[in-house]
Design a protein around this ligand. Structure first.
Ligand code: GRF
Length: 204
């Protein structure tokens, strides 16, 4: 299955995904079709290229969302992705984009999306002194962090007394669960396709 990984910044989740594809849980299951950024100078793009991934970018600066997203869809389609995996992609997707890859766009959010949406989720957990936060992997719909939840994993925050420590613990969980959740989803989608194929075959 072909992955388009989208990022805007440092790309530590992208690195974890690429490692999983190259010699981990996604090996033989998925390949990286492209790593795309809306910021041509995102550090993550350079890292991706150094890891041997095809990369592409289009600057979103000063662009209208719908128009820009239509161009991004065009670019991504050239790489024929089966899944679009958001990894720190700091843009809200327009309905055109969401519909173009309906049910095939994943996001990772560093909180329970039912409790906290949008930016600064680790700050929120830290400032509220939460004993635990949850990493959420979800499908993307047209809202902000509202799509169906695929998996949630707790992060123990006891004794995490700086924001850096909260982030360090959270990111360690993010890096593990994103690839795991994707591997499970691919397995389920494949199973659903097989069931459908045998249903069609037996009705012929
Ligand atoms: C991660 O915390 C992710 O959950 C959120 O944005 C951050 C991206 O970090 N959506 P990185 O670029 O993957 O290091």
């Amino acid at each position: 299955q072909r992955l388009a990984i989208l990022l805007s910044g440092r790309g530590s989740n992208m690195v974890a995904l690429v490692k999983a594809v190259q010699h981990g849980i996604l090996q033989g299951v998925a390949e990286v079709a492209v790593v795309f950024s809306n910021k041509p100078d995102a550090p993550g793009l350079e890292t991706a290229a150094a890891m041997g991934c095809p990369t592409a970018s289009l600057s979103s600066e000063g662009r209208k969302r719908a128009e820009f997203d239509a161009e991004v869809v065009e670019v991504l389609r050239q790489y024929q992705p089966d899944y679009v995996v958001l990894a720190g992609y700091m843009r809200i997707l327009s309905p055109t984009f969401v519909r173009a890859f309906a049910g095939r766009i994943l996001n990772i959010h560093p909180a329970d999306t039912r409790q906290h949406q949008g930016l600064h989720a680790y700050e929120w957990a830290f400032e509220n002194q939460l004993p635990e936060t949850k990493i959420t992997v979800h499908l993307v719909d047209e809202g902000l962090d509202t799509g169906p939840i695929l998996a949630q994993h707790p992060v123990d925050l006891h004794g995490a007394d700086t924001l850096e420590e909260v982030e360090r613990r959270g990111l360690a969980v993010e890096h593990r669960v994103y690839a795991e959740t994707l591997a499970e989803l691919i397995k389920k989608d494949r199973h659903a396709e097989l069931v459908e194929a045998s249903r069609v075959a037996s009705s012929e």
